[in-house]
Structures are given as structure tokens and as C-alpha cells.
Write a protein that binds this ligand. Structure first.
Ligand SMILES: Nc1ncnc2c1ncn2[C@@H]1O[C@H](COP(=O)(O)OP(=O)(O)OP(=O)(O)O)[C@@H](O)[C@H]1O
Ligand SMILES: Cc1cn([C@H]2C[C@H](O)[C@@H](CO)O2)c(=O)[nH]c1=O
Ligand SMILES: [Zn+2]
Length: 196
């Protein structure tokens, strides 16, 4: 059997990862080829049973909490599988995706490559390594306006850790230089707060 293809779409928030994923959905849809879409249960920003982009295009998606649920929810005759927000799914996703690809299914995944603390999201890293194609998207930097935004910056101060669902109220996308500048400013204001 001919192998499927694994395409992984990565980048910071607002870089158009979901929009790019949905543009591939449209290709299978127009070609009347069967597909299914999945998303992690944790991401409930918009609607539970849809993948929705920031510009509000959407497709029906099955919410999952474990990668194995993908295999349980397919019929076996799908030509493609789409998975959004892969950074929230555990690393066993790799085995599911590789099984699907071996069985001739094209798999399109999208997700964040880096946390706001500049650490990698392990599931995204692993899938990037196994991918046939990696598409790295950029956002417009919220600070300097250049089309060089490669990392997400958290604008609110809390102790919630690196998994924290949210949108414009919590995160912006920035370029490397602005990321360094904003973090330096944050550290300085913390130092000042400790002094007074
Ligand atoms: N700073 C920005 N740079 C680029 N696009 C932005 C920005 N802020 C808002 N947008 C809008 O967001 C759209 C992309 O949304 P999309 O949901 O596809 O991004 P995403 O990378 O999947 O984001 P997220 O990781 O937050 O889910 C763009 O088409 C644009 O209309
Ligand atoms: C940048 C970043 C985003 N997120 C969340 C915010 C959104 O709900 C989702 C990205 O679309 O990921 C995190 O949980 N941690 C992070 O470090
Ligand atoms: Zn910038």
C-alpha cells in the first residue's frame, strides 16, 4: 500500500496555522474525499465540536483527550485526518499518526512549536521529526509590526505554568528582538517591585 503523507504546520499564536490546516481540509472536501478532523478537549476557546481559526472559518471536529481516541473514531476509509492544537495531545500521538500514514492516510497536524517561555512542546517536536513536510508559519509582530513573529509572549503575570488556554487577553505574537526586549522589561519591573 502507498504511504500517506504527514504534514506538520507550526508557528506562534496568530500565525495562521489553523487557517492553513483548514485550507487543506477544503482541498479534500472539494475533491469529495473522506476525511475526519480532531482537536484536544482542553481547547474550548470557541466551540467544542469545531476547529475554528481566528478569522472564524471552521470545520466539524471530534474532541479527544487521548491520541488512541483517533483510531476509535475513524471508519478506515478516510483519505485524510486533520488534528489541530497538537501541543496539547500526549506524545503517543506519534504512534497513531505513523500507523495512519502506513495505512495510506494523509495526516495534517498543526500546533505551537514553542511555549511562551521559549521551551519546545514535545509532541510538536516529535511530529516535526517524523513529518514529510514541515510548514513554519510567522505572525505579524505585535510590537514592531514586522512580519517576523516567531514566538508567543504572555502579557499577563500569573503562576499558571506553560499550559494555559487563552487568546488575545493573554498572549501576543512577537519577533525575537521584541521578545527579548519585553522579557527584559518584565524582569526589570519585577526587580523594582521587590525593592519597593
Ligand atoms: N499578529 C497577527 N499576525 C497575523 N495574523 C493575525 C495576527 N493577529 C490576528 N491575526 C489573524 O489571525 C488569523 C490566523 O488565525 P489562525 O487561527 O489560523 O492562527 P493560529 O496560528 O492557528 O493561532 P492559534 O495558535 O492562536 O490557534 C490571521 O488570518 C489574521 O486574520
Ligand atoms: C504560547 C502558549 C499558548 N498556549 C495556549 C493558548 C491557546 O489556547 C493555545 C494556542 O492556540 O495554546 C499555552 O497553553 N501555552 C503557551 O505557552
Ligand atoms: Zn518585533
Amino acid at each position: 500500500m502507498k504511504s500517506g503523507r504527514l504534514v506538520v504546520i507550526v508557528g506562534p499564536m496568530y500565525s495562521g496555522k489553523t487557517s492553513e490546516l483548514l485550507s487543506y481540509v477544503e482541498i479534500y472536501d472539494l475533491g469529495k474525499k473522506k476525511f475526519k478532523a480532531f482537536k484536544p478537549l482542553i481547547d474550548n476557546r470557541y466551540e467544542d465540536t469545531y476547529i475554528v481559526s481566528h478569522n472564524k472559518t471552521k470545520v466539524n471536529a471530534i474532541p479527544i483527550s487521548k491520541p488512541e481516541e483517533i483510531l476509535k473514531n475513524i471508519d478506515g476509509d478516510e483519505k485524510a485526518i486533520f488534528i489541530d492544537e497538537i501541543q496539547f495531545i500526549n506524545e503517543n500521538l506519534k504512534d497513531v499518526v505513523i500507523t495512519l500514514r502506513k495505512n495510506g492516510v494523509d495526516v495534517y497536524c498543526s500546533g505551537l512549536d514553542l511555549t511562551f517561555k521559549n521551551n519546545v512542546f514535545p509532541t510538536t517536536s516529535v511530529l516535526m521529526s517524523y513529518a514529510d513536510e514541515v510548514i513554519k508559519k510567522k505572525a505579524v509582530c505585535h510590537e514592531c509590526g514586522e512580519y517576523t513573529g516567531t514566538i508567543s509572549y504572555k502579557i499577563v503575570e500569573d503562576e499558571k505554568g506553560e499550559i494555559d488556554v487563552g487568546g488575545f487577553e493573554k498572549y501576543i505574537a512577537v519577533c525575537r528582538d521584541c521578545y527579548t526586549k519585553l522579557n527584559k522589561k518584565k524582569e526589570e519591573s519585577k526587580k523594582m517591585n521587590r525593592l519597593f
